[in-house]
Every structure is written in C-alpha cells, then in structure tokens.
Design a protein around this ligand. Sequence first.
Ligand SMILES: Cc1cc2nc3c(=O)[nH]c(=O)nc-3n(C[C@H](O)[C@H](O)[C@H](O)COP(=O)(O)OP(=O)(O)OC[C@H]3O[C@@H](n4cnc5c(N)ncnc54)[C@H](O)[C@@H]3O)c2cc1C
Length: 420
Amino acid sequence: MANKPPDRIRVGIVGGGLAGATLANALIVHSHLDIELFEASHEFSERGAAVGLSVNAQNALRQIIPSIREFLAKAGAVDMNSTRTALGSGPAAGTIIYDIAASSGLGVVLHRASLLRELLHLLPKEILHANKKLKSINPNRDGRVELGFEDGTIECFDAVIGADGIFSIVRHHVLQDAAEECAPSPAGYWDSRNLVPFEKAKKVLGEKYFETDRQWSWVGDGAFLLHNVLENGAMVQVIISAIEPEPPKDRKRPLTKEFLDQTLDRWFDGPIAKGMIELMLDQDNPQGYSQWEHRSTKTYANGYVCVVGDAAHATTPWQGAGAGLAIEDAMVLGTLFSKVTSSRDVPAAFKAYDEIRRPRCQRVIDSSREMAGVYCGRNPGAGLDPDKLREIFASRYSFILGLDMEAHKAEAMHAFVNSG
Ligand SMILES: Cc1cc2nc3c(=O)[nH]c(=O)nc-3n(C[C@H](O)[C@H](O)[C@H](O)COP(=O)(O)OP(=O)(O)OC[C@H]3O[C@@H](n4cnc5c(N)ncnc54)[C@H](O)[C@@H]3O)c2cc1C
C-alpha cells in the first residue's frame, strides 16, 4: 500500500531574531510545511554587537545549513584561533589561565546583524512579515491556534512556535498559571559592550593581544573583561561586566568614567583595565545592562504551541551559549517536523522537544550563572588562584561543546515515536 502523503501543516513562528530565523530555515526544507515568520519591529534587525558560535552551535547549524563555511564567511565570521583566559587583577595579574582552542576546537565570532541578515537571506521573502506584533493567542474550536496581532489581523495555524525573546508572550501562554513563578529575573551581574575599529583597539590595548585572532577573557576581582575580533577582522568587540548587588528597575545604567573606575579600582595594577575603560567610553551614551535569566521553566510546550530560544531558556552570557541553544532547538524541531505528517502529531512533537531540550538548557542556565562567580573571582574555592581556576574551566565547557547532534536528534525522535 502506498504511503499516504503528509497533510499540509501551517506553522506560525513569532519573533524574527536569531532563534526565529534559524528555526524558519530548519523547517522550510520540509515541503509539507507552510511557514510564516512574524516580527514585531518595523524591520527584521538585531541590536547588540557580537555573538560567538561555539563548536556545538556550529555543529547544530551545519545540520540546518549544510554549506555552513560559505554561510559563515558571508556573515563575516572570524575564526577564534584561541580563546584565552587570563587574570586581570590580583597578585598574579597577566598570568594565562586557560586556552580553550587547545582542547575543544574552534569557535567563530560574528556581528549579530550580519548573522541575522544571512539567515533571512536564505528564506523566501513572502514568508517574512515585519510590523506584526503578537497580542493574543487563542486555541480555536477546530483545534487550530489563532494569533491576534496589534494591527487587528488574525491568523490561524496548526502549530505556533514562540521565538519572541526573554519577555515572550507565547511563553506566558505555554506556562499559563506557572508563568509568574517562571518569570525572568536578574542574575546579579551587568555588562556593557562596544565595537571599536581594529587599529584603535590594538593601539589602546597593545599589539601583543592582536597577533592572532584570539578572544581574550580577563578574570578579576568583582568583574570580568573580554575583547575579540569580528567583521572579517575590521572591528573589535570590548565587554566590561561586573557583579550587580542591586539591579536598577529599568535594567540599565548609564556608564561614566567614575563608575567604571570604581568598578575596576582593584584592577589598575593589571595590564588591561585602563585601556578597556577608554574603549568602552568611546561611544555615545554608554550603558550597562542587567543580565536576566529564566531560573526555572515548567515546560516549553503546551498542546499546539511551544517556545524556543530566549523565550524558552534565557541564560546569562557567561558561557556564550544562548544562541547555540537556540540553534540546537531549531535543529531538533526540524528533525521532529520531518515526521509530523498530520496536525494531530504536533502536540506529541512539541512534548518530545520539551522532554529532550529542557534538561540540557536548564543545565546551561545554571552552569552559566555559577561561572559568572568564577569569572568575577568569587568562587569560594578558587578566588583568583590560576591553578584552581584552570581546574574549574577544564571541567565546565565539555558538556556544552561536546553534544552529539546525531544522538540528540535520535533521542528526540525516540521520545516522539514512543509518545503513545
Ligand atoms: C549581552 C549578551 C551576549 C550574548 N553573547 C552570546 C554569545 O556570545 N554566544 C551565544 O551563543 N549567545 C550569546 N547570547 C545569547 C544570544 O544572543 C541569545 O540567546 C539569542 O540572540 C536569542 O535569540 P532569540 O531570537 O531567542 O531572542 P531575541 O534576540 O530577543 O529575539 C526575539 C525577537 O522577537 C521579537 N518579538 C518580541 N515580542 C514579539 C511579539 N509580541 N510579536 C512579534 N515579535 C516579537 C523581537 O522584536 C525580536 O526580534 C548573548 C546574550 C546577551 C544578552
């Protein structure tokens, strides 16, 4: 007997950031799916400086975009020949603690806007809808989901996936009564970023830090600094991050020289703080932003609706893993939807996605928060001792970087097929 062809299934993705755009690429290859991607802003755009894609993120992206090297080159990705972590303050300031490339393969760093541009470029224009802010989600009587937008329009879908960021409306719908207890909260740290021309960064920080395309992370007393090269070597991203005992209500604070001097006052014997402050202040209206996260999430799925990316699992940036997790989400949903042949399969596919993805993502969120303390010299056992820090770093990345993508996809498929 010939196999019945799959039904046409209409999938609405809400949010056109890195998660939504990657997911649309993962789903569009299945010819039985009709995908529509909705973005609240008047155009699809990414704010913020750079995003690092570690080995796991690249491995997951390769499953979605097989010509990944070409794709990353178009997005201006710079290979990090090493990610070097050194001490920035204290008696051993300048000591190199760890070099990740030596043990774990290469990461790449990209300008966020360039990555989003290239992801959108691969999608048909007619599925991209800007200026479409979601206001309401209602399951209707036919078992479909109605999305109501701020412009008064309503669209019906067989499956809805929320990629609408940390303060997601779709997350609220998925979690229902648990939404309040699972709301995002401050993690206890702030950070600030700037992009400066490569030559300027080299002059201010010193030539020796730019001999190769290397990411430098600086661990120190109460704070953390980072600089890396991006945009095909044209620009350098600088980051200053520190402990935030009392988060400001509006999640941001203006950065002044006095405030940064005070934040890094125990760093000035070290090699890097003075130059980093100069580069950070070389922008209009510099701001520091509180880092928020999802400390717990009861489920990523509810019937015909689920959440991905920061809508599901916003994490602090300390292990550079948030975008990688969103790409892994897209890979898993892409795999599951290859076997979703009727809209009736959607809840089981979303349940399998939740079962496989949530434990991993929560582990990353918890680990990243703990690493914040380590990077700010506040791990009780290690402080600013390079040997003890080395031991911690050696053990804290392998579970993120070493995910076996084939096994992860197979696990998801197994959960789907056996969902009864
Ligand atoms: C400071 C910082 C540094 C980071 N560095 C790294 C890194 O180096 N490596 C890494 O892997 N990750 C990193 N991350 C994490 C990573 O950037 C995020 O996890 C990722 O960008 C999240 O993408 P997203 O699409 O889920 O969410 P978002 O980028 O927030 O996108 C959500 C989109 O949904 C839209 N939207 C919101 N509400 C609605 C609505 N009602 N209707 C329609 N559209 C809506 C928004 O306009 C937006 O375009 C970092 C994060 C931060 C904050």
